[in-house]
Design a protein around this ligand. Structure first.
Ligand SMILES: Cc1ncc(COP(=O)(O)O)c(C=O)c1O
Length: 352
């Protein structure tokens, strides 16, 4: 592909993954059938699901630590509801950190089921920073935060500590940086950023947090049912799971999260250095909270916008228009984005 794809999601995936995926659509495992026309209960597909979930736990260093990985549907947006359904007691209470549009959507859904204590919010500054001075109350069923704010370009660098259950929406920075994943009891992420095509949602759950509410949970929303059926309670999104498996395999072969984090840091540094040293541009997010995945920046001189847009277009740069709630530009530099593409963007900024 000739374009430099900075799209926020769905987004860039490794070329070798796309090649393998397209081959599997035509003829999967040399069985003369397509991946998307065989039963999800066939041995060939069950092996894909097993490998995908196994790779998730291996890459996160959560194997043998009491966690289950699930591939579900409904996007991260359905997790906004599934999390309280499974973790909040009747008349229960949960604490949420409000760091952007996606956090506030999660809060809205959770409020349908119980009392929500918003422990801190950065809404006062259009979510351009991560609040740090807040206390997580002790009398809650769980605490929820969003690790990376895709729209505003901020990222939690140091996670708050809590004795209770800790839930994190990692949709836009999962598998991008080394973390102690065992500090979380439940992690979820839509596949369509660092894993694969839209359609699957990854949920990683510490098994012993479940079954503690007196709520009646609809089957499709019940994590325990999905665990007992090994993500096959209903027909899973087979293509999305398969491509996620290929991407996780690609990541493992590259040296895992530790190796990709080094590349991601170098990529982000290259672009942030240009933003900070070029008088025509400024970063949109507070420096200490800057995301290494979604880099938001503004062009100070509006009269140069058309020229910048045209130069980007000519160079094959795709998807850097900022979200309407921030304006300016957003370069999403997920795991599969090569540093060479960022250099192309930096060269244009430099020549503007
Ligand atoms: C941080 C975050 N959470 C949740 C979502 C919603 O994900 P989905 O579209 O899979 O429901 C997004 C989508 O971009 C996101 O970036």
């Amino acid at each position: 592909m000739k374009k430099h794809n900075f799209s926020a999601g769905p987004c860039i995936l490794p070329q070798e993954v796309l090649k393998k995926a397209s081959q599997a659509v035509l003829n999967f495992n040399d069985i003369d059938l397509s991946l998307i026309e065989i039963s999800h209960r066939s041995a060939d597909f069950v092996a894909v699901m097993d490998k995908a979930t196994d790779l998730v736990l291996e890459l996160m260093d959560l194997k043998g630590k009491g966690y289950t990985a699930l591939f579900l549907q409904g996007g991260a947006s359905l997790e906004f509801l599934m999390v309280p359904y499974n973790l909040m007691k009747t008349n229960g209470k949960a604490a949420y950190l409000d760091t952007g549009t996606w956090s506030s959507k999660a809060i809205k859904e959770a409020k349908l089921l119980g009392e929500i204590d918003v422990v801190a919010s950065s809404k006062d500054k259009n979510y351009n920073y991560i609040p740090k001075d807040f206390k997580i109350p002790g009398d809650i069923d769980y605490f929820h935060c969003t690790s990376n704010n895709t729209i505003f370009g901020t990222q939690i660098k140091k996670f708050p500590k809590t004795e209770g259950v800790m839930v994190c929406d990692m949709s836009s920075d999962i598998f991008s940086r080394k973390l102690d994943f065992s500090q979380f009891d439940l992690i979820y992420a839509g596949a369509q950023k660092n894993m694969g095509p839209a359609g699957a949602t990854l949920v990683v759950i510490k098994n012993d947090i479940l079954g503690k509410t007196d709520r009646t949970i609809p089957s499709m929303l019940d994590y325990q049912i999905h665990i007992s059926k090994e993500s096959m309670f209903n027909t899973p999104p087979v293509f999305s799971v398969y491509v996620s498996m290929l991407t996780l395999e690609w990541l493992k072969n590259m040296g895992g999260i530790e190796a990709i984090e080094k590349l991601n840091n170098a990529k982000a540094e290259l672009l942030y250095n240009e933003i900070d040293s070029n008088p025509l541009f400024e970063g949109a997010a507070a420096i200490e909270d800057r995301s290494n995945m979604n880099i938001t920046f503004l062009l100070k001189d509006d009269t140069k916008k058309d020229r910048f847009d045209a130069m980007c277009k000519d160079a094959g740069i795709n998807g850097i228009k900022g979200h309407r709630s921030v304006g300016g530009f957003r370069a999403s530099v997920y795991n599969a984005m090569p540093i060479e593409s960022i250099q192309v963007l930096v060269d244009i900024m430099n020549k503007l």
